[in-house]
Design a binder for this molecule. Sequence first.
Ligand code: ADP
Ligand code: GN1
Ligand code: MG
Length: 383
Amino acid sequence: MMSKRTKTILQVLDQYDLNGQIVSVAPYGQGHINDTYLVTVSRFGKEEPAYVIQRINKKVFSNVELLMQNITRVSAHIRKKIKLANDPRWEALTLVLSKQGSAFSFDDNGDYWRIYLFVKNSRTYNSPEKDGLLYESGLAYGKFSEMLNDFPAQELYETIPKFHDTEARMLQLYEALHEDRMHRKQKILSEIDFAIKHENDASYFNMMREQGALPIRVTHNDTKLNNVLFDVRTDKAKCVIDLDTVMPGLLAFDYGDAVRFGANTVAEDEKDLEKCHINLHRFKEYTVGFLVCNSKTITQNEIDTLPMGAKIMTLESGIRFLTDYLNGDVYFKTKYPDHNLDRARNQFALVADMEINWDKMRKIVVDAAKDAKNGVRAYWGNF
Ligand code: ADP
Ligand code: GN1
Ligand code: MG
């Protein structure tokens, strides 16, 4: 029997002129916010993945129309840049418009949906399971930043205000603690202590912003490894996806969030904290890739802030997971009752390990920036 969700999706798909007969619709990916499904179709007797359909989380994104305007503009800009450079390696995300010509549509419950073309021969990785993947994702996010260097960042709508304002995230944690809705505070006293001890770090980027020391750029803000599509045949990165949080921001956010996710020796929700370390090899891979691609546009001040970006994005994620735990797991999707707490503990353990390895991290960044500026073209393994 067809589930209620599948029925809804088929009704939504009916609002589009699709190419081919729908064969199946199945949950896809590992995202924590939206609901994603892969649509397989049959064309000329051949079955192939053709579309990705997503229900947009309207609790998280309050103005979907403006959000979709951002995505439309940013992907058009990237497409233009790829065409100008005549570079077949990169692809832009392609939105499918509804029969009405809209970038999104509604179901009967008033939920918002959108459809992308499935990028052919692509896949994602949820962990950097082999050498080169993190280097490739560094190239992709570095290239993303470079391609959007001339896009007017201030014209973008802030889909989630203060998204990477770690100081504001700290205040949200204090608010959640004060309310202690689920009576969970007693269980997390040492995590609260860790957060409080890092208050100065949480204010670092606001301080730098006030000094005007860093350019405001178009940033992706959610640079997890699984937001890059890889070519299934070559394992080269080909497309940056998940553009919901593309907003004005600091380059260190895009560098740092990718490091916290990809250069962790374990997944972000691993419970065994003994296993949770900064993987300096993977850290170097990402750093080299990121800097190779945007070496022409990055400033010295930005380079100097990259290690702090890694530490603060990790701290901020820990704070966000902990806040959501206190609030009763209302923001991130969770698979079991203490999932957010495990994630928070993991992120704080990673911050602590970064502090131990701080000098090594800084040296890797300094060396990689020097090589990139001198045009030393770095390749990784077979890449
Ligand atoms: P979320 O916001 O929930 O993370 P994403 O936009 O990242 O949603 O999509 C979830 C997953 O779906 C991705 O990790 C990727 O595997 C896959 N995906 C999304 N868009 C595409 C696309 N256009 N082509 C191929 N795969 C895609
Ligand atoms: C969410 O949607 P997804 O899974 O790519 C979150 C990120 C977090 C991440 C933690 C809009 O990303 O900010 O870093 O989970 N996205 C939003 O895994 O809050
Ligand atoms: Mg994603």
